[in-house]
Structures are given as structure tokens and as C-alpha cells.
Ligand binder design. Structure first.
Ligand code: UDX
Ligand code: ADP
Length: 472
């Protein structure tokens, strides 16, 4: 079976870049990305590529090449479903905020709505591809809805989890470590798997395309994210020990990373991991383990998230303690709001919790991020519901100029590792700050010696604290 028309439901951080790359690499496949969010689709269609709803290095050039050639963005969901032989589901699956599994299980409401819509519209056989991260065995729920509420069309469900990391999405899609495709072991299932293999094989070497059964594929995605997040929590746990013992977490990371069994990647201590996947996927895993009565397994993985929460909390506690136990009325500048560099995504960013903690201490928080819009920042805080929205707006200011953001600040906290932060004129920033001038580097990106030579009291996560801070 040769695929000529693909529909992708959901034009977000996963659907948008993934489909742009498929369209660019497969000029003979027509790709339509649909979303119910009209503003988002309008932004994808904006003639000015600076207005794309997602910032990813290299994405604008790919959209420019493929858009209106064989890549289309539309709100006409039904038409796109009707015309496609293969439908990717890339809608959001946030953690449930209500009912059973609240705060743990994935909310599958959007997935179910998609399945029902496909069932209602589809009159011909279709291959449905799960792209969103889903709990294990979601495929059977989708299949049950499709088989029981539709027009007697037949459906094959494939799991094809996304491993792209934001900020490097385009490179990850063009040169994936592997593409994972899980499907049914029946002859029809194998045909569907092959159809999707053929799409990827147009640019991915065959030995990197891995096929499995559908449950292994679904669980592999959760497992990969759990292992990655665990590495970050492990090095962050070490960062706290380093600060007490005089070891330096970067030196420790280098030393252990040279062991080929451990490897050097994903060992950067930070103020805490963020992003839409890590916490959600681990909580999901915890929920699945608990639901099978595997309490020890559940507790083991939950600790990764608890350690991450602790890392964020201890970072903001340390700021407060160092500033003589009060930040009330003091200007504290946060450099970075995105959960990592080179993205405008802020979901679960450590900055949100750090800012919220400082606001509760009545600090005057000022935020500068090169890519995140001010409304996003206020919306992130409002979502926490710690105080009234107007209080957030009173206490927190968003600046577009980093030097202005830092002027008269008592302290600066680096929360995202944007490259531009390392190129600033730190002497000029120091001169314009209140003294003593503190920098809390939650990403370990600034040069300690240079910062101290300028006169800053400089704290880098995972290094021994300056004498002044020892008691904190
Ligand atoms: C992750 C997975 O990497 C990706 O495969 C999956 O598809 C989605 O989830 P993403 O969340 O986009 O991708 O970014 P990632 O690079 O994994 O970073 C996640 C968080 O961990 C960020 O906040 C990052 O700053 C933090 N991190 C990462 C560290 O603090 N230290 C590290 O060494 C690596
Ligand atoms: P992700 O990071 O998984 O891509 P996003 O939240 O960025 O998540 O994107 C998911 C997109 O899916 C959103 O733009 C949302 O409007 C869209 N969406 C959710 N449900 C539906 C639906 N039933 N039909 C079409 N689009 C949907």
C-alpha cells in the first residue's frame, strides 16, 4: 500500500515540525495538518515566517519550501480525514486535573474526541498513527471506538512515538537515532506497518527503522523519557552533594561520562527539568504501575519527579536565604522562562515554580526571555492559581531588553541556558545593579572566574558556594 495523502490532527510542537519534515522529504505525499485552534492554523499559514506558532531552529526554511506545495495547514478537520489514507493523531495529552488519576494519569479526552471524529467521517479504510505520548494500551481504546461507532470502515492502529526534543526538533527529525513503529502482528497490521516504514524510508536509513508490537512501542516511549529524566534527577541529586562537599558537579559529570557504559550526554545539572513530556510520562508510568499493584516500581519512578521538585524549591530557597532571608520588595531578574534554550515552549519550565516561590515571598520579579511572549508568562503563573491574576501582574514585570531587566536588580537568576546570556556585557550589568550584586546560575553557563573578577557574588548550581553563602 502506497500512502499518497496524510492528515495530521494537531498542529502543535509535535504535529507541526513532524509533518513539515515528512512533507519536505516526501514531495509525492500530500500532507494536511489540521487543528481546531484557528489562530494556530492562521499562524502556520502566515506569510511572515517569523510568525509561525512554534520557534524551532531551521523550521521556517522547511515550511517555506513545502508549504502550499504538498504541506497544508487547515481547520477543515473532516475534509482532511476523508481524503487521507493515513491519519496521525498529535493532539495534547495533559495530566488529568480532575477525577480518578488526577495529577497522575494522562487525560485522553482529546484523543477520544479525535477517534470519534475519525469514526464519524471515515468511509474508507484508514491507518491511524498514534504520535502523541500515550499510556500503554491506548491503541486498544482507540480501536474499540473506531470499530464500534463508525461506518464499517476498517482501521489499523500504529504506534509511532515521537522522540524529537524541542530546540533540536528539525535535526532530530531529519537524522533520528531510530524511528519506532509498533503495530498489530496480523497480515493487515504488517501491511500498515510497511506503509509507514515506506514513508520514513524516503530519508531514514532502513536499519534505523525499528518495528515492534504496539504495546512495546507505546511503553518504549514512556521508558525512554523516564530514563532520560532519571539521569537529570540523578545528576541534580549529585549537585546538592557537590555544593556541600566541595566537589564540582561538572567535573563529576565529565569523569563519569567518560565511562562508555554511562556516556556523556544528559548529565548537565540544572535548576530542574521541564517540558511537556518528562513529568507527565513518569507520572503516567507511576499510575500504570500502581494500577497493577506494583507499588515498589511506582515509588521508584515517582522519586525522579520528587527530586526534580526539590531541585526547583531548593534553588528559590537558596536565593531567599542568601538575600539576607528576605526578598520582599527586592528586584530579582530571571533570565530565561522557556524550559530549555532554542524553544518558545514553557510547559513545566522550572522558571514557573521558581518565580511563583519568589512572588510568594513578595519579591518584585522581572523576567526576560528572548522568545517567550509576556502573555504566556502570565498564563503560566495563572495556571498555578497561587494568587489572583492581577497580583501576578502587579508583582511580575516582563522586559524585552535584558539590560533594562537587570538594571537596579538585587539578584539575577539564570533559568534557561540561552546562548546569548553568555555574550552579555556583564560588567555593564554589574555596574547598574544594587550591591552586593548576586548571580544565581541555575544552568551553570557563565564563567565563574570572570563573574567573580567583575565583583559578583556568583553561585553556580552544583559547585561549592562562595564563603559568604556557606551557612545557607
Ligand atoms: C524530551 C525527550 O528528550 C524527547 O525524546 C521526547 O520526545 C520529548 O521529551 P524535550 O522535553 O523537548 O524532549 O527536551 P529535552 O532535551 O529532553 O530536555 C528536557 C528537560 O531536561 C529540559 O528542561 C532540559 O533543560 C533538562 N535537561 C536536559 C537538563 O536539565 N540536563 C540535561 O543534561 C539534559
Ligand atoms: P504537543 O506538544 O503534543 O504537540 P500541543 O499542545 O503543542 O501538544 O498541540 C496539540 C494540538 O492539538 C493543539 O494545537 C490543539 O488545539 C490540537 N487539538 C486538540 N484536540 C483536537 C481535535 N479534536 N481536533 C483537532 N485539533 C486538536
Amino acid at each position: 500500500m502506497k500512502i499518497k495523502n496524510i492528515c495530521c490532527i494537531g498542529a502543535g510542537y509535535v504535529g507541526g515540525p513532524t509533518m513539515a519534515v515528512i512533507a519536505q522529504q516526501c514531495p509525492d505525499i500530500n500532507v494536511v495538518v489540521v487543528d481546531i485552534n484557528e489562530a494556530r492554523i492562521a499562524a502556520w499559514n502566515d506569510a511572515d515566517l517569523n510568525n509561525l506558532p512554534i520557534f524551532e531552529p531551521g523550521l521556517d526554511a522547511i515550511v517555506k519550501e513545502a508549504r502550499n506545495r504538498n504541506l497544508f495547514f487547515s481547520t477543515d478537520v473532516e475534509k482532511a480525514i476523508t481524503n487521507a489514507e493515513m491519519i496521525f493523531i498529535s493532539v495534547n495529552t495533559p495530566t488529568k486535573t480532575y477525577g480518578k488519576g488526577k495529577g497522575m494519569a494522562a487525560d485522553l479526552k482529546y484523543i477520544e474526541l479525535c477517534a470519534r471524529q475519525i469514526a464519524k467521517v471515515a468511509k474508507q479504510d484508514k491507518i491511524i498513527v498514534e504520535k502523541s505520548t500515550l499510556p500503554v494500551r491506548t491503541a486498544s481504546a482507540i480501536k474499540s471506538i473506531l470499530d464500534n461507532s463508525g461506518n464499517k470502515a476498517s482501521f489499523q492502529i500504529l504506534s509511532n512515538p515521537e522522540f524529537l526534543a524541542e530546540g533540536t526538533a528539525v535535526q532530530d527529525l531529519l537524522h533520528p537515532d531510530r524511528v519506532l513503529i509498533g503495530g498489530d502482528t496480523s497480515p493487515e497490521g504488517e501491511k500498515a506497518i510497511q506503509a509507514l516504514v515506506d514513508v520514513y524510508a524516503q530519508w531514514v536509513p532502513k536499519n534505523r527503522i525499528l518495528t515492534t508490537n504496539v504495546w512495546s512501542s507505546e511503553l518504549s516511549k514512556l521508558t525512554a523519557n523516564a530514563f532520560l529524566a532519571q539521569r537529570v534527577s540523578s545528576i541534580n541529586a549529585m549537585s546538592e552533594i557537590c555544593e556541600k562537599t566541595g566537589a564540582d558537579v561538572n567535573e563529576v559529570a565529565k569523569a563519569i561520562g567518560m565511562d562508555t557504559r554511562i556516556g556523556p550526554k544528559f548529565l548537565k545539572a540544572s535548576v530542574g527539568f521541564g517540558g511537556s513530556c518528562f513529568q507527565k510520562d513518569i507520572l503516567n508510568l507511576v499510575y500504570i504501575a500502581k494500577s497493577y499493584g506494583l507499588d515498589e516500581v511506582a515509588n521508584y519512578w515517582e522519586q525522579v519527579v520528587l527530586m526534580n521538585n526539590h531541585q526547583k524549591q531548593r534553588f528559590s530557597d537558596h536565593i531567599v536565604k542568601t538575600l539576607y532571608n528576605t526578598v520582599s520588595g527586592k528586584k530579582i531578574t530571571l533570565l530565561g522562562w522557556a524550559f530549555k534554550k532554542d524553544t518558545n515552549d514553557t510547559r513545566e519550565s522550572a522558571a514557573i515554580q521558581v518565580a511563583d516561590n519568589l512572588l510568594s515571598e513578595q519579591a518584585h520579579v522581572v523576567v526576560y526571555d528572548p522568545k517567550v511572549a509576556s502573555e504566556r508568562i502570565y498564563a503560566d503563573l495563572e495556571y498555578l492559581n497561587t494568587r489572583l491574576p492581577e497580583q501576578n501582574r502587579q508583582l511580575l514585570t516582563v522586559e524585552k531588553d535584558p539590560y533594562k531587566a537587570c538594571k537596579n536588580a538585587h539578584a539575577i537568576a539564570v533559568l534557561t541556558e540561552w546562548d546569548e546570556f553568555t555574550t552579555y556585557n556583564w560588567q555593564a550589568i554589574f555596574d547598574a545593579m544594587e550591591k552586593p550584586a548576586f548571580v544565581f546560575d541555575g544552568r551553570g553557563i557563565l564563567n565563574q572566574q570572570e563573574m567573580e573578577d567583575i565583583g559578583f557574588i556568583y553561585y553556580k548550581i552544583g559547585s561549592q558556594r562562595p564563603n559568604f553563602m556557606q551557612s545557607n
